[in-house]
Ligand binder design. Structure first.
Ligand code: NI
Length: 176
């Protein structure tokens, strides 16, 4: 079922989400099915459970070609539960981000250029990857949602925050 996405200003987006304690359950499968359907319908690159009002440490992300991010390399579709992020080095990279909870806008956000992430898949099997580039950016963005952090809260230069159609004429966020 396509779920309503909470938008910035909703206090539920600022809460710290709780770890998942039971894997392979119908409830978890139903949550992930709704998240996947909602992300696809809105053409997002990722979605975190709190964005649909569920305070659980569950994120999904993945992208083939996405017109919202025309220059990004593909990211494999991943369902990640109880994630732990460990930066690889101190290097930060700036890049444009959008968020389905901040519709119609983009901003430049500094993120760790490379990181290791671990966690579990929906069956409770471990996931452990080292990534960089857009993959690393998406993971950091989605996992921030689990701690109540939206990307504008990470920005250092608000002069590079604005409306997508003004910043990037010709680019359309059809659902934003
Ligand atoms: Ni987001």
């Amino acid at each position: 079922m396509i779920r309503e996405i909470l938008r910035m200003g909703d206090p539920r987006l600022l809460e710290v989400s709780q770890p998942v304690t039971a894997f392979g359950t119908p409830e978890l499968d139903a949550l992930l099915a709704d998240m996947r359907e909602t992300m696809v319908a809105r053409k997002g690159a990722g979605l975190a459970a709190p964005q649909i009002g569920v305070g659980a440490r569950v994120v999904i992300f993945g992208m083939d070609y996405n017109p919202r991010y025309p220059n990004a390399r593909p990211v494999p579709y991943t369902e990640l539960i109880n994630p732990v992020l460990t930066p690889l080095g101190d290097a930060l990279e700036e890049g444009w981000e959008g968020c389905l909870s901040v519709p119609g806008m983009r901003g430049v956000v500094p993120r760790y250029a490379a990181l290791r992430y671990s966690g579990f898949d929906p069956r409770g099997e471990p996931i452990d990857r080292e990534v960089d580039g857009f993959h690393a950016r998406v993971v950091q963005h989605e996992c921030d949602h689990l701690d109540g952090i939206l990307y504008p809260m990470r920005m250092r230069d608000l002069s590079r925050f604005g409306f997508t159609d003004i910043l990037f004429p010709g680019m359309r966020d059809e659902d934003d």
